[in-house]
Design a protein around this ligand. Structure first.
Ligand code: ADP
Ligand code: MG
Length: 355
C-alpha cells in the first residue's frame, strides 16, 4: 500500500483534471511557506467495503479524496474479502487445516484480534462467518435456521481454533476467519496511516456507513469534529445525539437496527452470541465506542454489545476507550469520558452516567 498514494496522485490527476501541471501533482516545495497557503475543504461520497463512504478533507494541496475510496477497495480486495479468492482471508479459509503465510500487516491485525477475543472472553469471535451466512441476515433469503445446523457450525468455530506461529497462520479444519466486525475499522486505520505521510493534509473526517469513523488532524477553525449517533428505533434514521472527536480518535457503532429481519415479533440481527450462534438479545439497541484505533473501536463495539453493559465496562477500561450504550427503554448510558463529548439531540432519550 506504501507507494500507492504517491503513485496514485498522478493517476487521479490524469483521469479527473487535465488542467493540473506536472509540478502540481509532484508535490514540489514551492517558494511560498506552507502556513501562507490556503487550506481548502473537499467533500466527497464514495462506495467501498459494502457501504457508503463520506469524506471531508482539509488540505493545502490537491483533493486526494478519490485515493481514499481506492485504498479502501484495495484493502478489501487484497486482505479482507470472502468472495475474492485472491484475498489473504479467502486463501486462509481455503487452506483446509494447513498453515499459510500471511503478510506482516495481516499478522499485526490478527494479533490484536486474538487479544481482543481473549480479553472479551470470546464475546468477540472472528470465526462466525459460516454461521452469519447460514442466517443470511443481510442477504437475499434471511431465515431462522434449524438449531442443529447452528450447533454443527458452532463445533468448527471458535477463536481458539486459530494458531499463529511467526508469520504462519493455521485454522483448524472447518474453521474460517470473518473480519466483518472490524473491516471498516481496519480501513480507517489504513487511511489514518496514509494521511500521516501527506504533509499538506491538515484534517479529515472519514465516515464508513455511519458505523466506523476516523477523525484526523484539525479543522481550520479548530472546532471539534462531530459525529451524529443514529437513534436505533427511529425508522427514519434520525439522530439521538452527537459525539465530539479529536484528531487521532476513532468511533464505531454496533447496533441491532442496520442488518436485521423480523419474525414472530422477534428482531433477528447480525451481532451473534458466539456461545449460542443466535443474535444477542440483552436489551441493548446500540453500542458506540471511541478510542485511538479503528480496529479496536470496531471490535470493542461488537464485543461490548455481546457482553452487555456490566461486563463491557471492564473491557473498555482496559483499552482506555469511551462507551455509549443505548437500550430498548430509550436510556443512553455513558462512561465518564463519553459524557464529556456527548450531546443529546432527542428528549425522548435519557442520559445516565456509568461508573
Ligand atoms: P457493521 O459491520 O454493520 O458495522 P459490526 O461491526 O457490529 O457491524 O459487525 C457485525 C458483523 O460482525 C456481522 O455481520 C458478522 O459478520 C460479524 N459478527 C457477528 N457477531 C460477531 C461476534 N460476536 N464477534 C465478531 N464478529 C461478529
Ligand atoms: Mg464492530
Amino acid at each position: 500500500m506504501k507507494q500507492k498514494w504517491i503513485a496514485g496522485v498522478g493517476v487521479f490527476a490524469v483521469v479527473s483534471l487535465g488542467i493540473l501541471t506536472a509540478s502540481g501533482f509532484q508535490n514540489e516545495k514551492d517558494e511560498k511557506p506552507r502556513n501562507e497557503k490556503e487550506i481548502q475543504m473537499y467533500s466527497d461520497t464514495d462506495f467501498a467495503m459494502d457501504t457508503v463512504v463520506m469524506e471531508t478533507l482539509y488540505t493545502t494541496g490537491e483533493d486526494k479524496n478519490p485515493l481514499v475510496g481506492e485504498t479502501l477497495r484495495e484493502v478489501e480486495q487484497t486482505l479482507l474479502s470472502w468472495t475474492n479468492e485472491n484475498s489473504q482471508i479467502s486463501r486462509l479459509n481455503r487452506a483446509g487445516g494447513a498453515s499459510t503465510e500471511v503478510s506482516s500487516e495481516l499478522l499485526g491485525y490478527l494479533e490484536m484480534i486474538l487479544q481482543l477475543a481473549e480479553d472479551s472472553k470470546g464475546a468477540f469471535d472472528p470465526t462466525l462467518g459460516e454461521i452469519i451466512r447460514l442466517w443470511d441476515i443481510s442477504g437475499e433469503n434471511p431465515k431462522v435456521p434449524g438449531q442443529e445446523e447452528v450447533e454443527t457450525l458452532l463445533q468448527t468455530s471458535g477463536y481458539e481454533k486459530i494458531r499463529l506461529e511467526g508469520k504462519q497462520v493455521t485454522l483448524e479444519e472447518g474453521c474460517t476467519l470473518d473480519l466483518g466486525a472490524i473491516g471498516k475499522g481496519i480501513g480507517c486505520d489504513v487511511i489514518a496511516e496514509e494521511l500521516q505521510k501527506q504533509e499538506e493534509i491538515t484534517g479529515m473526517i472519514l465516515n464508513l456507513g455511519g458505523s466506523s469513523v476516523m477523525a484526523y488532524g484539525q479543522k481550520p477553525d479548530q472546532s471539534q469534529w462531530k459525529v451524529a449517533l443514529t437513534d436505533p428505533r427511529d425508522v427514519e434514521g434520525g439522530y439521538l445525539g452527537a459525539i465530539a472527536l479529536k484528531g487521532g480518535e476513532f468511533l464505531a457503532t454496533s447496533g441491532d437496527y442496520e442488518k436485521y429481519f423480523m419474525e414472530g415479533g422477534k428482531r433477528y440481527h447480525h451481532i451473534l452470541d458466539p456461545q449460542t450462534g443466535y443474535p444477542v438479545w440483552n436489551g441493548l439497541t446500540s453500542v458506540t465506542v471511541v478510542c485511538d484505533s479503528g480496529l479496536l473501536a470496531d471490535g470493542l463495539s461488537t464485543a461490548c454489545f455481546v457482553l452487555g453493559m456490566e461486563d463491557a465496562l471492564e473491557l473498555l477500561e482496559k483499552y482506555n476507550a469511551d462507551g455509549a450504550f443505548a437500550d430498548e427503554e430509550h436510556n443512553i448510558y455513558l462512561t465518564a469520558g463519553m459524557e464529556e463529548r456527548f450531546e443529546l439531540l432527542k428528549n425522548t432519550y435519557t442520559t445516565k452516567l456509568l461508573n
